[in-house]
Ligand binder design. Structure first.
Ligand code: GLY
Length: 422
């Protein structure tokens, strides 16, 4: 079977790596892919938003399954288009993808179906938002309504910070149209977890829990990024809490989308806050998380191709997945300055080091020139390691990180710190 993976990041590299282990898969293409994936997926020079070109490629090359990595093509309706052309594609329709495409829509769905989330207000003009901010309690969370690559979220401890966030989104338009509306949300106390599940609209396959580290700096300091590292499993989350997450968040959401008349087929990734009152939804994502996927694929025992294929056919109940009981830690190596301005083109050393069988390095922003690797993006590499427990996985991941170097390289040195507490 031939597979086309859409996207070019470390998440897509990890998906392609896992798909390549399936005995059903004979060939993987990635559009646009990257040179870092070249050993497993042939890069195809088509951008993720060139939907008609992707359709033509899938047709001409007799692709059996297309897997979409990032959210933008899903929200823009790539699944609907492929379906209209009778091509097999994995992911939600544009209408279902509004769960991520509009945070205001997601809040409406939650409120209509009794799914627990924080209180919020939506504004499409700066003046009333600023008026609210002059009288509210702090901290608050300010979010751009639309897609902003994980960067349109501000935790504001003072009125001054909140006003700056509103100005950035609505006046300076840092996130373009995505900041046309902003949400001002209650700040929820607790620990955030990344809950992933796959659904065919009726059956649900929960994936292993992971935890991301969104702020750029150690100890959760600095600006929010797309994610600086993950680990799995989470020793601090009990089986009982995990069951509540599945029942009250995942199952409820899939049922809610059915009642909305928009059955949800694909990966549902819910950012949840574990509050004293139980889990509350922070946000929905309609695709695999990055860098959560890198950790999840490292632990997944089962055939990803069979899972995605069965999802399309509404037969998810016919496949089984197991999880490696070991722990995994993923550390993101990024370019200094990320998530804002950063420079590219620094030589990456050490990628040819022997990392051992429990380590995988997935490429995000890299480029190969004359046999040498160079930085070519904000998030550059994901370094993943399996270990007997979280401490061991973390030691192995950082030992691998120590072998890699590029100028202005930044990474968090505390991935997994919450799981190691206590
Ligand atoms: N790691 C967060 C995300 O993928 O949105």
């Amino acid at each position: 079977m031939k597979v086309l993976v859409i996207g070019s990041g470390a998440r897509e590299h990890a998906l392609a790596w896992k798909l390549s282990q399936s005995p059903h898969v004979t060939k993987i293409y990635a559009a646009p892919g990257s040179q870092g994936m070249a050993g497993i997926a042939e890069p195809v020079n088509i951008k993720v938003d060139a939907h008609n070109e992707l359709v033509a490629f899938a047709r001409e090359n007799k692709i059996d399954l297309t897997v979409v990595g990032p959210e933008d093509p899903l929200v823009a309706g790539i699944v609907d288009l492929f379906q209209r052309k009778h091509l097999r594609i994995y992911g939600p329709t544009a209408k279902a993808a509004r769960l991520e495409g509009s945070k205001a829509f997601a809040k409406d769905v939650m409120s209509r179906h009794g799914i627990q989330t924080g209180g919020h207000k939506v504004y499409d003009k700066a003046a009333p938002a600023l008026e609210y901010l002059a009288n509210c309690d702090y901290p608050v969370v300010i979010k751009a309504d639309g897609l902003a690559a994980g960067k349109g979220v501000f935790i504001c401890r003072t009125q001054e910070e909140a006003e700056a966030a509103v100005a950035e989104a609505m006046v300076e338009k840092r996130f373009g149209d995505a900041g046309r509306k902003v949400l001002i949300e209650d700040f929820l106390q607790g620990e955030e977890v990344s809950v992933h599940a796959i659904s065919d609209g009726h059956n649900i396959l929960p994936l292993c829990l992971a935890q991301d580290h969104k702020p750029v700096g150690d100890g959760d300091t600095g600006e929010n990024t797309g994610g600086m590292g993950t680990y799995s499993p989470l020793p601090q989350i009990t089986d009982a809490q995990n069951s509540v997450l599945e029942r009250d968040v995942v199952v409820q959401t899939i049922h809610a989308m059915n009642r909305e008349g928009e059955p949800y087929k694909g990966t549902l990734f819910v950012g949840c806050m574990m509050t004293k009152q139980g889990p509350k939804v922070l946000e929905y994502n309609v695709r695999f998380g990055d860098p959560e996927t890198q950790s999840i694929m490292m632990r997944m025992k089962g055939d990803l191709f069979e899972v995605l294929n069965a999802t399309i056919d509404g037969k998810l109940d016919t496949v089984e997945v197991d999880w490696d009981p070991r722990s995994v830690v993923t550390v993101v190596l990024a370019s200094g300055g990320y998530p804002r301005d950063y420079e590219k083109g620094y030589k990456i050393k050490g990628l040819d080091s022997g990392f051992g069988p429990d380590v995988q390095v997935f490429h995000a922003g890299t480029k190969k020139v004359d046999g040498d690797w160079y930085t070519n993006g904000g998030r550059v590499l994901s370094v993943c390691a399996l270990g007997s427990d979280l401490k061991d996985a973390r030691a192995k991941a950082y030992a691998a990180v120590d072998k890699i170097h590029f100028d202005k390289m930044i990474y968090r040195k505390d991935i997994g710190f919450r799981g190691l507490k206590g």
